[in-house]
Design a binder for this molecule. Structure first.
Ligand code: FCB
Length: 462
């Protein structure tokens, strides 16, 4: 999964400059003069002045009142514990929430546009919704917070789900029509775009384990078909965005899950660990980067274009242990989880996921091979205790700092999430927020860790 880190003497003052001599007009992170040294063992490490600091959210998880998408239908079918309902009512309270983010020194914010609001019926665009997200973007810009816009964060409109959604061959066409409308409307104000959030996770949950819409289980043929459709949709969206905003920065948010063999010396577990890592963490972005989708022994396909990532968007949370279950494709992919390995794993978060900051460092160093800037688009912890949350953030930022000091071009860190929110099938129990949300009043409580992170941002130093 990870490449060997470069030797220490590789560290150089220009370590944050985009490698490969990219000609893109990036806001290349430059080192501020007083803090030029980038060695982990140096007295002070300075995050670049242009580093993007902030938090992330997604529409269905925070806005409230999203009743016209496939996830709302899923909720009505009783497939999840609780519906999102009013969530954090962020749809109406975004200005106050952004005030809090600004006070915490955030200079970037990732949020998603809800497709079912923008296009509530096939081909019908809502002026009201277009106005709303324009206001959201303006509210961020007024607070000097850079908007990072996700175009698709799992949910699709009902009318689209009824036509088959990602299972339908026309999906690429519908996606590009929606993306084009959005970029034509906001392209003057938005430079940073995430086309798809965690496509591999979505396919895994929706087509392999059936936990999320459309609820298919073990449907490997369709799962691969959907993945390919998502890749082509990204490629088309990438070009639609760049045509309208040539200096835009476009990527996907790739979920990165660290994997370790269940039994370290079992060769089959080792093989499955490689397979799972390749499928979950590499396949999608390798294909977008190279323009070739290659699954050894399964298929090979050329995408319409390569090089459709301007940066790598990375979501990182935890690691799993992988157990081989046989010699078919599913067997090679194996099963993963943390439960069999109680004795070897460390602390867990409130959802039972292992806290494994080293994994972030491994991914950062490994993804250096793409020669692209890396934006951490999500990293966070559900914690009922603030020491745990701060420990998590600090240890992960430490990994970021170490990677940067080895020359990995990390350009920003967006914590998941700004607010306690609706965590899909897990409902409202997971407290991911820098800002707590008290129910039922929906009162916001700025947590201590939010302030401690604010100090790091302000001082540009851990
Ligand atoms: C990520 C999702 C995000 C949220 C966090 C906890 O995988 O992108 O919506 O659920 O996990």
């Amino acid at each position: 999964m990870s490449a060997t880190p470069p030797p220490e003497d590789h560290v150089q003052a220009g370590a944050n400059v985009v490698p490969g001599g990219s000609t893109k007009d990036l806001p290349t992170p430059v080192l501020a003069p007083p803090l030029p040294v980038l060695r982990p063992n140096a007295a002070r490490f300075g995050f670049p002045e242009t580093f993007l600091w902030g938090a992330a959210t997604s529409a269905h998880q925070v806005e409230g009142g999203n009743t016209n998408n496939d996830w709302a239908r899923w909720e009505e079918m009783g497939r999840v514990r609780v519906p999102a309902g009013i969530a954090c009512d962020h749809y109406h309270r975004y200005r106050d929430d952004f005030d809090l983010a600004q006070n915490l020194f955030h200079n970037a914010h990732r949020f998603s546009i809800e497709w079912s609001r923008i296009e509530p019926q096939d081909g019908v665009f809502s002026d009201e919704a277009l106005q709303h997200y324009g206001d959201v973007i303006d509210a961020l810009c007024e607070r000097h917070i850079e908007p990072v816009v996700t175009l698709h964060h799992y949910t699709i409109p009902r009318w689209l789900a009824e036509k088959g959604g990602w299972d339908c061959a026309d999906m690429e066409k519908w996606f590009v029509r929606y993306v084009t409308k959005v970029v034509e409307t906001y392209g003057d104000r938005v430079r940073w775009w995430i086309t798809l959030n965690e496509p591999v996770v979505q396919v895994f949950k929706g087509w392999i384990i059936g936990q999320w819409p459309p609820g298919r289980a073990s449907d490997y043929p369709r799962a691969f078909q959907v993945l390919r459709r998502m890749m082509r949709s990204h490629v088309l969206a990438y070009h639609a965005i760049h045509e309208r905003r040539p200096d835009s920065m476009v990527s996907v948010a790739q979920h990165c899950l660290a994997f370790t063999p269940n039994h370290p010396h079992n060769p089959f577990d080792l093989i499955s660990t490689w397979w799972r890592g390749f499928l979950f963490n590499s396949l999608f972005i390798e294909a977008l980067h190279t323009g070739r989708l290659a699954l050894p022994g399964q298929f090979f396909e050329r995408l319409p274009f390569g090089r459709t990532l301007d940066f790598i968007g990375m979501n990182y949370y935890t690691r799993d242990f992988v157990r081989n279950t046989g010699f078919t494709l599913p067997g090679f992919v194996g099963l993963s989880g943390t439960l069999e390995n109680e004795r070897r794993i460390g602390k867990r978060n409130d959802l039972g996921w292992e806290i494994y900051p080293e994994g972030l460092g491994q991914f950062l160093r490994g993804f250096r091979r793409f020669g692209l800037p890396i934006l951490i688009t999500e990293n966070g912890v559900p914690a009922s205790n603030e020491d745990d949350r701060w420990g998590f953030i600090y240890l992960h930022l430490w990994q970021v700092m170490r990677a940067m000091s080895h020359g990995v071009p990390v350009i920003g860190y967006l914590y998941w999430s700004l607010l306690d929110n609706y965590e899909w099938a897990d409902g409202f129990t997971a407290k991911f927020g820098l800002i707590g949300v008290r129910y039922p009043s929906l009162e916001r409580i700025v947590r201590p860790s939010a302030r401690w992170l604010g100090e790091v941002i302000e001082n540009r130093s851990l």
